[in-house]
Design a protein. Structure first.
Length: 113
């Protein structure tokens, strides 16, 4: 097996490192929603949900409905952050999902049995 030439090695390394950062690029440059700066770092789930709802309602570039777009962006961020997301912030974002459902009038009805 022949050794790779130096330029080819650098190209492969650059390609690998760029592919590791695609989620950061999508979060920053999403063509679907214009997010407020630092929205996923806030500590108030209601504020996060309200911001996502506002962004989704105002967007003319999204492909899905506003609720689906907002929830997708929130889920995308949580999933891509993975183990790097602190447990406390993960809990805030999970509560923001529930709040988002409420703000869009899609909260699950609790059965009274």
């Amino acid at each position: 097996m022949a050794k790779l030439s130096m330029p080819r090695r650098k190209a492969e390394k650059a390609r690998r490192s760029a592919s590791k950062r695609w989620s950061a690029y999508v979060t920053a440059h999403s063509s679907a929603l214009d997010l407020e700066q630092g929205v996923f770092t806030w500590k108030d789930p209601k504020r996060i949900a309200a911001s996502l709802k506002r962004s989704a309602d105002m967007s003319e570039r999204r492909k899905a409905g506003p609720y689906r777009s907002a929830l997708s962006m929130l889920t995308f961020y949580v999933n891509r952050a993975g183990k790097n997301l602190p447990a406390a912030q993960r809990e805030v974002l999970q509560r923001a999902k529930i709040e988002l459902r409420k703000q869009f009038g899609r909260a699950k009805q609790e059965s009274k049995e």
